[in-house]
Design a protein around this ligand. Structure first.
Ligand code: 13P
Ligand code: SF4
Length: 360
């Protein structure tokens, strides 16, 4: 039962004390969030892992790329020196907790795209920007090529940083976050070709389209946020006059443009918290977060934007059973599901991640 699992988890927490830090992303299930020491959006979780003062283990209740990022930041050279070389071990309670968006851009595909681009434009004049929802190998690529990592909370600042450096940007893997952010900066859609890694050549664009581009987007998306449609916005407005539409920028442009407000999961929470009682919201982001907001804010009227369930199946894989199992193994010295990024990849990813932490 959940009670039993909670007791098992508490026992390990008592045993490991401040050596254990449990981090939880806002999309986690309520019972997992209730047990997390700290919870946040992707940017906040990166900051927490980077700060991780005296802990030796981070149990990451989120998805694979987040655990990789935590490993890189918690074990960066200055932190390792402070701990006299002792590493923080990052555990992902279920290794099957991946991210389908991150899987839409493989390092070979990115390298091949870059090589093809080099045949038609000067790649010295492109800054690669990777959304944090990507494998560490992509972050390392970006670090090596003068680029930056962004999250949904600092995508605009990251793009501005990139445009101060070069006249073009290549943004992967989420086409929606890239397009929504760049559109908001006044870049016309005609200057944003979408690179399809499965196209025969030049990602499916013409040479001219690439030469006149400002932002080269990648054909990737979030399977959860992609499900929100403009007709859901119309229905919400029809059924609940005066309702405000609040969405995550991973939603398609047609939805994003109809929304009243948008932002990362952290910003969505803050926006609801700051609203006066009686405010009516229709929220377009992962179901668990929306349901939690509904429970925490009975003084407001909160609806889920889609009539169908939009849930992140991989975030959902982290449950109390996996958490208890992985923590107990840590406690007895037989760690399982450790996420450790190799040294070379960590080194270059860190370059791009540190830039991200600076531009917020
Ligand atoms: P944020 O928490 O940064 O908004 O990210 C949302 C998300 O999809 C995480 O995978
Ligand atoms: Fe990936 Fe979307 Fe799930 Fe976030 S919500 S982990 S972007 S599939």
């Amino acid at each position: 039962s959940n009670d039993e699992l909670q007791q098992r988890i508490d026992k390990v927490r008592q045993q490991l004390g401040s050596r254990l830090l449990i981090l939880g992303h806002h999309y986690q299930q309520d019972e997992v969030i209730a047990l997390a020491d700290l919870s946040g959006d992707s940017y906040q979780l990166s900051q927490m892992a980077a700060a991780s003062a005296d802990c030796r283990y981070i149990a990451f209740c989120g998805v694979h790329f987040m655990a990789e990022t935590a490993d890189i930041l918690a074990n960066r050279p200055e932190k390792l020196a402070e701990r006299h070389g002792e590493r923080v071990q990052v555990v992902l309670p279920d290794l099957a907790a991946g991210c389908s968006m991150a899987d839409m851009a493989g390092i070979r595909q990115i390298e091949s795209a870059w090589d093809q681009l080099a045949e038609v434009i000067d790649t010295e004049d492109i800054t690669p920007v990777t959304y944090i929802n990507s494998a560490a190998s992509l972050k390392a690529f970006v670090g090596r090529h003068g680029g930056i990592v962004c999250t949904s909370s600092n995508a605009k600042a990251a793009l501005e940083w990139a445009f101060a450096r070069t006249s073009r940007v290549m943004f992967f893997p989420d086409q929606h976050l890239g397009r929504n952010t760049a559109t908001g900066m006044g870049i016309p859609l005609e200057q944003m070709p979408v690179w399809d890694p499965y196209a025969d050549e030049l990602g499916g664009s013409t040479e001219e389209q690439i030469q006149t581009s400002r932002v080269i987007l990648w054909k990737g998306h979030c399977s959860v946020h992609q499900m929100f449609r403009p007709e859901h916005v119309a229905l919400a407005r029809k059924n609940h006059p005066g309702i405000k539409i609040l969405v995550h920028p991973e939603c398609p442009r047609e939805v994003f443009e109809l929304a009243d407000e948008s932002g990362s999961t952290g910003k969505i929470i803050k926006t609801v918290e700051a609203a006066p009682p009686g405010t009516k919201w229709s929220i377009g982001t992962e179901l668990h977060l929306v349901n939690r907001l509904k429970q925490q804010h009975p003084e407001q009227e909160i609806h889920f934007l889609s009539p169908v369930v939009c849930m992140c199946a991989t975030m959902y894989r982290i449950d109390l059973a996996h958490l208890a199992w992985s923590l107990e193994n840590l406690a007895v010295g037989t760690p399982v599901n450790i996420i450790e990024v190799d040294e070379e990849t960590s080194k270059w990813s860190l370059v791009a991640l540190e830039r991200m932490l600076e531009v917020q």
